[in-house]
Design a binder for this molecule. Sequence first.
Ligand code: CMC
Length: 385
Amino acid sequence: MAETVEQKQEFSRGLEGVIAAETKIGYVDGINGILAYRGYDIETLTNQSNYEEVSYLLLYGKLPSEKEYIEYVSELKKEMYIEDDVYELIKKISRTAHPMSSLRTVVSYIGGKDKTSVDPDVKQQEEIGIKLIAKMPTIVAAIKRASSGEDFIKPDPELSYAANFFYQSAGRKPDTVEAKMMDTALILHADHGMNASTFSAMLTISTLSDMYSAITSAISTLKGPLHGGANERALALIKETGSPDNAEKVLSEKMEKKEKIMGFGHRVYKVYDPRAKILKGYAEYITKKNGQEKLFQTATKIEDLMVNRLGEKGIFPNVDFYSGILYYSIGFPPDVFTPIFAVGRISGWVARSYEYVQNNRLFRPRSRYAGEKAPRRYVPINERN
Ligand code: CMC
């Protein structure tokens, strides 16, 4: 019998190292520690730009003119509201569900209400994407408040994207530094190559399904502890460690049990994650301001020990190690950290799905069969032991 493709070809577990798409959106250089969106490195963007502009850049490939910027921001503001039944749904499910599960359900529910999601053309996919970018902070903030038993706060059209998210979540307007920190964190999370959740969104849209479904897939994928869920667990590790003096003991015990240390290592970066460098600076500032220096000192001790032990293997802090401390210090509960990641990443998910569907090719990898050879003899149930 002739050999099949699956038998002939080498395969890569977890698609590691496989290049499955071409993009002009974002560039990740894991060897030299570079992350750039449309050619602009993230240090420049976090210093000089803001989330709305970065979102436009990811979606349309260029920095907006003043007119384009004003139009894009007003479109986001027009679409940032959610309806009363959505708030009711959030109230109901957030009593028991993890915020990421609530987020997944809410995006799917909103999609079900939107008639343009039935059989969208490319233009409608783009429009749905913008609606989702606009609504994401409102949804996540509402989930945060419902899970903590707090009343909802509606968006304030005077505030920026990041400040509005902070305001609706915390119930107070951020000061200038808090608003800048939030904006920076959202920019840093906006896009990151063909990571698992982005791939998930692209895979879904490649079947010509709708953008709501693509984003629902992405949220489901981001939830896992090997991806977005690591920030919650990284903070838990730092809190469990309690003080720099305990770090050696806690790490040794975990590593003896072959446990992965959350917030360290990356499939692509084999050097210090450039996002972690920026977030570390903010985490130091805010923990000092809020009298939580011990958290930061414990984290840096864990970092030193990990880099000593595993730096040679390319294991360094990733984006999730310091983001957790930062969010916690500005008052977010740990189970909302991954939804915050989603608020940032929504622009990357939409941009990459939109880019892909404009030049679509159905994703359909294969798997090597390693089971019993066919044809097997079928054994009737009364003859089986
Ligand atoms: N703690 C301890 N050892 C580790 C860690 C870690 N966090 N990460 C990797 N290693 C070791 C691993 O045990 C292995 O050692 P050995 O060669 O002795 O078997 C070696 O480093 C290579 O690890 P790997 O698991 O094959 O590497 P990978 O490319 O599959 O892992 C990863 C990438 C992110 C899944 C992994 O580093 C990990 O599980 N990290 C913890 C979870 C985490 O922080 N995830 C967030 C990722 S960043 C957010 C994002 O962009 O999604």
